[in-house]
Design a protein around this ligand. Sequence first.
Ligand code: ADP
Ligand code: MG
Length: 709
Amino acid sequence: GIKQSNSDDLKESTSEKNNTRQTVEEIKEDVKATRRSLPIYKTRSDLLRTIRENQVIVIIGETGSGKTTQLAQYIYEDGFCNNGKMIGCTQPRRVAAMSVAKRVATEMDVKLGEEVGYSIRFEDQTSSGTKIKFMTDGILLRETLLDNSLDKYSCIIIDEAHERSLNTDVLLGLFKTLLTERRDLKLIITSATMNAQKFSNFFGNAPQFTIPGRTFPVKVIYSKYPVDDYVDAAVTEAVRIHLSTPITSGDILIFMTGQEDIETAADSVKEKLLNVYMKKYGISTFDEINDIEILQIYSALPANIQNKIFQKYLNENKRKIVIATNIAETSLTIDGIRYVIDCGYSKLKVYNPKIGLDSLTITPIALTNAIQRSGRAGRTGPGVAYRLYTEETSEDDMYPQAIPEIQRTNLSNTVLLLKSLDVDDVLKFPFLDPPPLQTLLTSLYELWFNEAIDNKGVLTPLGRQIAKFPLQPSLSKILLISSQNGCSEEMVTIVSLLSVPQVFYRPKERQEESDMARKRFFISESDHLTLLNVYSQWKSNNYSSQWCQKHFLQYKSLVRAADIRSQLLTVMERQGIEVVSSGSDWNIIRKCICYGFSQQAAKISGLGKYVHLRTGMDVHLHPTSALYGLGDLPSYVVYHELLMTTKEYICCVTSVDPFWLMDSGFLLYDIRRSKEIKEDKNGMFGGYSNEDEETEIKDDLDFKVENCL
Ligand code: ADP
Ligand code: MG
């Protein structure tokens, strides 16, 4: 039977249908046995000795060897927390930080949030008794702002360093000086087999410790012809594998690029299998199929669903098809995978410093990624990897190694952070791989434009305040501006709503109905105000979930926004930033949004079409915008986000008065007075009315960034 246990994980796995039930004692024994069976276990004493004898070490091991789940525990057991300090372990991904903390809490048989906890942006699951803290690398970076010497920690594990996330790279650079100041602080860098030498070199030939692997051969099968539609190809392959091999031969892992193609693939696999099973067994719904479970992993997935990924099916008559982003490449290990299907792409943030735009783009993976992906099939026995691209593609078109994030992303936030940490000359910062000069310069320019740094590149008081918020600089700035303009109460709501996934719910089967529901919230001058309106109405309806359901709103997103809101209010309070309401004057809010986003302004150029004022790029107003509610679309707008799909769309848009743009961006925008000659002809004051002048100015507000660089 099921005994009381303090771990949700245990409860879930014991009560799952189709499972032979295990007692809590059995599960605990199982957990212990699993720990002992991991490759890292055999190296435990050697490993601990090397750690004791060196300040920095690089640990290399195949994915699944036990680095993430075991290392922190070993060090803890070895007494590293006896001095009252903590062990910190960073992950590039939020999902990994949460999931690993849960696992380690289970293994140590403690309640999550007590001895073992995690912290990710806007979510802190730690307490004063926390000894082992998992967190995103971004969180540790912010902690260095509060405490430069990271005094709380006796040991930091920078996990998944081979991923080369931006924050990891910056942390490594900071550690170069920190380690000389704090001789008692240990740094452990873990890496999959690729890239390890680089870390060792960076820290003066730090010793490398390799955990002997345990892998089985994986047969790689390339597609013979280039694939048109990788989702379709992956689905076909998965269904074929499932129908032509015994279930006991292993589970299937499909690599896709993101939530959208993962969901499409999952639906499509279900549909195809249901068709086959209908003919074979006469069943009518997918739920009746009990030998297969389709699981999805991507970063926005709720935690309770993520847990299912690790479930073991004790009756062995069920096969998992896991559809995941590149998170399953190295950060999460799913046992039992024997078939891998690799679409050959991943979603990457790509930055164009010339136009100053970041976009998430589907990009071919690098060879090292392809090898990692295939390797996932060979952990428990020999496996097969189906690559949905030709061998020629992999040889000719793929980079040997992925480009580190620092070289392909906007660095404004990073530069601001470095400046707050008194790194005056960011161009001389010890980067593992230096970012492109152009990117650094654009970031400096952006900060200067936002008055976060002065003409000499020194952080201004405003810049210091901006850096205190866990937000992108423009959103922090908008909060500060709104406080000065008497509408921070409203703005903090808007900013919180911009920090959560989509608030409006648009199910495939009820699109029209949900679009109608959305329209009822429209404030036609502004999508930002529309969001504010949603929140206010939700509040008036006692934050009700039924009310959300009725109006096609995502209750969870709103709850999260409310949570973020209260956290931002705390930061504001600590910073002495006043929270004031503008009452019913919503124009002042639009004005502040304009001030905050004056760099992201566009001017109308056709039906639903705008041209980006700074870059001259053509953009389109997103079809869901509230601005379509206006008779004529506004001449000038600012937007929150640029979305690149089939077209370039501007999303979350607010109509603005061009004079506001001039006020805020006097460095960028100017009036071209082409009719001044006419003015002369008609005498000093005669000529045209004010209204004419306004039209004139609207038409010719122009971008003059070249003038001020
Ligand atoms: P590495 O960091 O070296 O890639 P991990 O420590 O992440 O290895 O994984 C070690 C083992 O622990 C793997 O077999 C993995 O499947 C298992 N594991 C990790 N997280 C969980 C979890 N939440 N539930 C069950 N097993 C897990
Ligand atoms: Mg790991």
